[in-house]
Design a protein around this ligand. Sequence first.
Ligand code: GDP
Length: 323
Amino acid sequence: MQTDSLSDRILKGERRALARAITLVESNRADHRAQASELLAQLAGSGRQALRIGLSGTPGVGKSTFIESFGMMLTGQGLRVAVLAVDPSSARSGGSILGDKTRMERLSREKNAFIRPSPSQSHLGGVARRTREAIALCEAAGYDVVLIETVGVGQSETVVSELSDLFLLLLAPAGGDELQGVKRGIMEMADIILINKADGDLKATATRTCADYAGALRLLRKRPQDPEGFPKAMTVSAVEEQGLEQAWHEMQFLTRWRRDNGIWEANRAAQARYWFDQEVRHALLARLDTPQAKAEMERLNAEVSAGRLNPARAAEKLLGTLS
Ligand code: GDP
C-alpha cells in the first residue's frame, strides 16, 4: 500500500482515506503495524490540533443522542467533528456501542462529520492504542473536534481522560441517593458534569440532581489548574437540544483558559509521557508472551513454589532471558 498517497489524501480531509488509515492502525498484522507507524510519522508534522473531548456515561443515559445533537450543532457552526469510541465491552458482547447503524443517523449523513465504531479488541490497552492513533489521524485530517465516547465500565474512563483535553460526564436525573453511585474518582476526572434529559417530566428532577452534583463538586478539592467555577454541573436535554450552546460555551471558555495558562500543553505533554510508559509496559509484557518465555516462567514457577528460589530472584532470571 502506498502510504504516501494515503497521507496526502488524509491531509486533504478525505473521509474514505481516513477510514482506511484507521483500519490500518486497528490491524494486528505486523506489516500493517509497520505501515501504520510510517503513516503516523508522516502525518505527525501536520501541526493540526483538534479539541479532544472525552464523554463518559452509563448505557441509556443518552450519549449517542447527545453526540448527535451536539455534533449537529457544531457542524452547523462550520466545524468538522469526528466521533470515536473506547468500548472495552465490545469484545465480550460482540457488538460495539457505535456499531448500531441507527445511532447518530443525522450526524452520520453530515459531510463534516466522521463516525467510527469502536475497534473490537480483547483488552483495554489495545483499544487505547488504536484510539490514540485514530485521534492523531483525525487531527491530521483537519477535524476541529474529536469526541471520544466510552461507557462507564472499569478503567475505560481513565483511558479516555488520558486521551482527551476535556472530560464530560453525562448523567441521568436521579434521586439524591444515586449520587453516591458515581465513583468519586470518575467525578474527579470530569471537567463538566452534564445532567441529561432535563425536559418534560424529568426537568425538575434534573435541576435538583444538578444542584446536588454542583454541591458535591464544590466539596472535591479544587484543581489548581482550573479557573473559578470548575469543574461544573449543568443540565442539558439532548432530545430537545437545550443547554448545548451553553455547554459548548463553557467548554470553549475552559479550553481558552487552559491554553492561555500553558495548562493545555502541559496536559498533552503529561499524556504523552503516560502513553510512553504504557507502551513500554505493553511491549515488555508482549515479550513474555512467547512459548519460550512461558516455558521458562513455568519452570521458575515450580522453583518458586518449591521454595528453592525466591520470587525476586526468579523474576530477575526471567527478565534476564529477555535481553
Ligand atoms: P446511550 O446508551 O447512552 O447512548 O443512550 P441513548 O442516546 O441511546 O439514549 C437512551 C434513551 O434515552 C433513548 O430512548 C433516548 O431517546 C433517551 N434520551 C436521550 N437523551 C434524552 C433527553 O435529552 N431527554 C429525554 N427525555 N430522553 C432522552
